[in-house]
Design a protein around this ligand. Structure first.
Ligand code: NAP
Ligand code: ZN
Length: 345
């Protein structure tokens, strides 16, 4: 076994703290990374706090992983030692069901294996990127360009693909009015992609103090959702809303901002919320959801970012400050993604 060290939550009540654990030996089809940076996703906090379902503890979070390949199995064809590589939210899937065959491993009919807070097909718990190393089967490892800042590339592995994939699926672009709901880690990437794809982008935010920053990211308009006049002015105007909100919010109010035939795409995962049927019926609106993206599309997104010089706006942190960083993230006080510098482990 490979001796590994990281930060883990021992249960849903305690803060993360240093923890030593083991990864499997590098198998013939595996790649081992030395983790250099790992992004901090709101999903990490939801999961260590059991917000969605009872977690598997001890839990080492982190699914925005970039680093250097340090070992490859005998049958690995696509990766070499010393190359840069990344790992996102999944580390395995059945590879044979109709969704896996359609490059939609995130919707694997047997369930894809999550990078952490999951169990591998061997039944062993998976441990994520707040750690010095990880072992992953080759098919779930991504190539990372040397052209971009490596630390600022890490969030692309989740925040990037989770916003890129729905915008591509619904072909959001020129001629569309796109509203990005919530300007956090996912939201700021949605703004960058929406602008890059040619849409007219409005940020819908609870934070008036983010307006200048939203415009600097390329957003064309900014609406403070607590201001009734501003909300009234955009009611019935959007073709798409990409909803990245992590906490309770009034879905019926947001659905009223769509124009006829508009689509509200949910990617944020707060607690369940009520939706009135009339909110959808009036104006023939669609309510949709989207989960991360398949491996092929994740590589396509990374390549698109390298070509178009797109990275995340980050604040680099010391791993010992992770709990304070979670507290700041909950308050919306991060521009726009914390990334752990793994040298500090
Ligand atoms: P984040 O950085 O904390 O951003 C969330 C943003 O939501 C905040 O910055 C804030 O933006 C807004 N917000 C917070 N509370 C709100 C409220 N009560 N009402 C309205 N807006 C509120 O989080 P993140 O990392 O981007 O993740 C966002 C959500 O997506 C999380 O629930 C996460 O678990 C989920 N997620 C889903 C997938 C998927 O595959 N579907 C993948 C990754 C993450 P403003 O200050 O602008 O209002
Ligand atoms: Zn995530």
């Amino acid at each position: 076994m490979i001796q590994s060290k990281g930060y883990a939550a021992q249960n849903a009540e305690t803060d993360l703290a240093p923890w030593n654990f083991e990864h499997r030996e590098v198998g013939p089809h595996d790649v081992q990374l030395e983790i250099l940076y790992c992004g901090v996703c709101h999903s990490d906090l939801h999961q260590i706090k059991n917000d969605w379902f009872p977690g598997i503890f001890p839990m080492v979070p982190g699914h925005e992983i970039v680093g250097k390949v340090i070992k490859v199995g005998d049958h690995v064809k696509n990766f070499k030692v010393n190359e840069l590589a990344g790992v996102g939210c999944m580390v395995d899937s059945c590879q044979v069901c109709e969704n896996c065959k359609a490059d939609l491993e995130q919707y694997c009919l047997e369930g894809s294996t999550q990078t952490y807070n999951g169990k591998g097909r061997d039944g062993v718990p998976t441990y994520g990127g707040y750690a010095n190393t990880i072992v992953v089967r080759e098919e779930f490892v991504l190539h990372i360009s040397e052209k971009l800042s490596l630390a600022a590339t890490a969030p692309l592995l989740c925040a990037g693909i989770t916003t890129y994939s729905p915008l591509r699926h619904w072909k959001v672009g020129k001629g569309h009015k796109l509203a990005v709901l919530g300007l956090g880690g996912l939201g700021h990437m949605a703004v960058k992609f929406g602008v890059a794809f040619g849409a007219e982008v409005t940020v819908l935010s609870t934070s008036p103090n983010k307006e200048a920053a939203a415009k600097a990211l390329g957003a064309h308009h900014f609406v403070v959702t607590s201001d009734a006049e501003q909300v009234k002015a955009v009611t019935g105007t959007f073709d798409f809303i990409l909803d990245t909100v992590s906490a309770d919010h009034d879905m019926n109010m947001y659905l009223s901002l769509l124009r006829t035939n508009g689509t509200h795409i949910v990617v944020g995962v707060p607690a369940p919320y009520p939706i009135h049927p009339f909110s959808l019926i009036g104006g023939r609106k669609s309510l949709a959801g989207s989960g991360i993206g398949g491996i092929k599309e994740t590589q396509e997104m990374l390549d698109f970012c390298a070509e178009n010089n797109i990275v995340s706006d980050i604040e680099l942190i010391d791993i010992k400050d992770i709990t304070a960083s979670y507290q700041r993230m909950v308050k919306g006080d991060v521009r726009y993604r914390f990334v752990i510098d793994m040298k500090t482990l």
